[in-house]
Design a protein around this ligand. Sequence first.
Ligand code: NOJ
Ligand code: MG
Length: 586
Amino acid sequence: MELAALLTLLLFTIGQGDCASAATKKDWWQYAQFYQIYPRSFMDSDGDGIGDLNGITSKLEYLKDLGVTAAWLSPIFTSPMVDFGYDISDFFDIQPEYGTLEDFRALIKRAKELDLKIILDFVPNHSSNESIWFKKSVNRERGYEDYYVWHDGKVNATTGEREPPTNWLQYFRGSAWEWNEVRQQYYLHQFAVQQPDLNYRNPAVVEQMKRVLRYWLKEGVSGFRCDALPPLFEVLPDAEGQYPDEVVSGATEDSEDRNYLTVKYIENQPETIDMVYQWRTVLDDYQRIYGGNSSVLLIETYAPAWFTMQFYGNRTREGAHLPFNFNLITVMEEKGLSAGHVKEAIDLWLNNMPAGRTPNWVLGNHDKRRAASRYGKEYIDAMNMLVMILPGVSVTYQGEELGMTDGEISWEDTVDPWGCNSNPSIYEQYTRDPERTPFQWTSGTNAGFTNGSTTWLPLAADYKTVNVESELAAEESHLKIYKELMALRKSSKTLQNGSTKYWVIGDDLFVVLRTYGDEDKYLLAINFGSKEETVYLPDLADRSLFRLIIKSLGSELTLGVWYGDLHVQPAEALVLTDVLHIYPNP
Ligand code: NOJ
Ligand code: MG
């Protein structure tokens, strides 16, 4: 054999070997199924109509049964609950209405017994105005003077009156600056008035927040979901200490809405990327010192791909394990649901992701309309299939496995600050309460969420049919489909490690193919259009025929049947696996 040919053969063999060993070396989070719990709305154990830690502990077996690897809990820390826990007054303790530190330890203990990992929400951008840090900063106590972003403001040349330093707007409508009488200065709050922004240009703040991470790691958590990364840093002031105004964006006429202005100076500054690398170091150092499994950073970032991808790390530094991929939410929000737009959303992540990183797919969270309401109820199985057939990690928001839809929330019932800061004629555009209604466990009183007589938000109207109890009892249900997908994902080497191809076929058929050497192939077909679409499967995958193994609710096809020509009805979604090659490759 010629040397070149021998080398090629060797390389090929090594390449194959590498692939298999890389697969076995994967860390737990690289093929995990993450599940977001919104504690206030998951399960109430003490009848006050508010979900709590003991409620969560009592339902950990449900998560195990689903096939979940790790549960991320939205904030459970001491809070006046202006932003339902995202306004933290004590980062080192538990909100009393949710339970105690002992309850939390019991939760962690039970989770460990079930081999479930618990991830906490880390809210670095701001604290509550009731935090002791803020109170000390207001009083300029030593060491706390610059804990927050304080500024004298400007004097208006015509009126002679004091004004906020800039025109910057908060997320929840209105100015991002609030005057403080005691300190006689403005403070910055990119969220509600009661959520002052911490000052990350102060090393003491950086160190304090690292203490928060270490504290909860010590309590046995497996990582963090990092909240609100875009506003972590603002641009540096100029030599006179002045910040620049943002320019009008043209996106909306409503001058209270954050989108009224650009966010060039108040979002996505390069320093934020470095801060994430620093947090990663905290986690990795912790593991180096104390051993145990690696803990993960999932980060909430809304930014263009070129910026987002840097969070993964670079050649010399590791960053977030998983910067959340919201493309399946944002691209569809902007352009509507279609096979082409789904492809665009997937391309946007996979074509920009640095080599060797793990992709992830998010369908919803407590800030976005529920998936079944946003994509349409008929697409909930399709979308759950999509995120579990695509490579990498899936993130489920509680209730997506049931096809839960948004609750209807009147102006009177609205409690979300974003809604409350608007008015009765526009609040529906802003309030996030509809996606936060209580979880639906049964068709009984208060959906089995509480034994009490009230719930902190009204239940969604469909709870009598859309709930765990009914869906487990039914012969076919969204929940059963979800569980089958999770089980498949867990057992299949192809889904965990294989390569991925995807196409738009015909007008609106979306097809994903996963292959991995000689392992089983998997194919997903979803018809996003309004007429039947047909695909000839052997043309896509090595002349193979495919057997139907999972189908969306309402599909009239028969499981177990082999297909060459596959006819897919509108909103139908099908998962198939290859059975045989009908003739050799030409
Ligand atoms: C993002 C969270 O997901 C949202 O619920 C919260 O209001 C803001 N960050 C502020 O912490
Ligand atoms: Mg309770």
